[in-house]
Design a binder for this molecule. Structure first.
Ligand code: PEP
Ligand code: MG
Length: 366
């Protein structure tokens, strides 16, 4: 790779000749994407779109979208967000210049978007010319005690399909624009989060197809895209054979899969986990290095069952483990097509993927 020069660059190019798995990066900002390319990422494995919604210019419309009581109100907020999202994706596709880009539709724990204080509600009401009492009531209705196990991911997309429809339109229009500029077809990979059942995916796929059909009617352009899902719930892993009927790719979200398999919060596990690891009760922190037994078995089951249904299903990992060498070795053994990690971990992942491929060769030669 020209960006990594000298001996380090040479080492990397040796690793690249050996490894089988591709290495992508988790990136949503232009800076992340540029850094990822500089370090040799071969695509974006996870663009978390919720991070794009916190921008100061957008947050009022985002809150309006979440707190809307009617579809019309929600559509009005989304109409303001569409141009922003489209330019986010145009920029990402331009930087990645034809490399694969997986964009995950919105997956916030809802509390991240809800106004938290009375002052925030009053400010929002003023900005929207809305009744603060009504907004407060709606925020209370949406409040959850366990937001990470609540109204997030595809559940949000099913309750408020307009949100995913706006994002799908932004992605497809951006892909068409950048395809024209590059003179080659950009095929976005649209990823649905937190799927537990095939039906969820089927419903949302239908919504995305309707958007693609509408764009076709408006412009005469047929835009290619892939649809896949995160596998990040034990049920999804176990039912992967069924889910693969609707998915062209799976990406293992091992952060949530670890959380839901162990029943340990990924956000506040520190209090006892460190003691557990120090005392050898757990071999490692399962959020840092993939638990190759329990969580790993679910990954293996999902990969096997997914491939049984769809032989050529594309398989990747985009949880934090995608940048951890021991976990990468495990991914090689499962036969994943790629790992995706934070941009700065891409060189480590390239080396680890090569080492994992060599390890496999040694075993098969023995
Ligand atoms: C995951 O759950 O592993 C994942 C990649 O998604 P997020 O961390 O955004 O929940
Ligand atoms: Mg997740």
């Amino acid at each position: 790779m020209p960006e990594l020069s000298g001996e380090f660059g040479e080492l990397m190019s040796w690793a690249d000749e050996i490894r089988r798995m591709k290495v992508r990066a988790n990136a949503e900002t232009p800076l992340d994407a540029e850094t990822a390319r500089k370090f040799g990422a071969e695509g974006v494995g996870l663009c978390r779109t919720e991070h794009m919604f916190f921008d100061a210019e957008r947050i009022v419309s985002v809150r309006q979208m979440i707190l809307a009581e009617t579809t019309e109100e929600r559509r009005a907020a989304l109409a303001k967000l569409l141009p922003y999202q489209r330019s986010d994706f145009v920029e990402l596709f331009r930087i990645m210049a034809g490399l694969p880009v997986t964009i995950r539709l919105l997956d916030p724990p809802l509390h991240e978007f809800l106004p938290k204080t009375d002052e925030e509600i009053d400010e929002l009401a003023e900005a929207l010319g809305a009744d603060p009492g009504k907004l407060r009531h709606r925020a209370l209705q949406l409040h959850e005690f366990n937001p990470m196990l609540g109204h997030r991911g595809c559940r949000l997309g099913i309750s408020f399909p307009e949100i995913y429809e706006m994002q799908a339109r932004a992605i497809l229009e951006a892909a068409a624009e950048v395809s024209k500029e590059l003179g080659e077809t950009v095929i976005p990979e649209i990823m649905i989060p937190l799927v537990a059942t095939r039906r969820e995916l089927e419903i949302l796929k239908g919504k995305i197809k309707a958007v693609a059909d509408a764009i076709h009617d408006e412009t005469g352009k047929e835009i290619e895209y892939l649809i896949g899902t995160m596998i990040e719930l034990p049920r999804a892993a176990l039912r992967a054979g069924d889910i693969a009927r609707e998915a062209e790719f799976f990406s293992f979200g091992t952060n949530d899969l670890t959380q839901t398999t162990y029943g340990i919060s990924r956000d506040d596990s520190g209090s006892f986990l460190e003691d557990y690891v120090n005392q050898g009760i757990y071999e490692t922190d399962p959020f840092v290095s993939l638990d190759q037994e329990g969580v790993g078995e679910l990954v293996q089951i999902a990969a096997d069952r997914g491939r049984e249904t769809r032989e050529d299903i594309k398989l990747g990992i985009c949880g934090e483990h995608g940048g951890d060498p021991a976990s990468i070795d495990f991914c090689e053994r499962v036969g994943l097509d790629y790992v995706s990690c934070s941009p700065y971990r891409v060189p480590i992942a390239r080396l680890a993927a090569a080492q994992a491929a060599l390890g496999l060769q040694r075993v098969s030669e023995a």
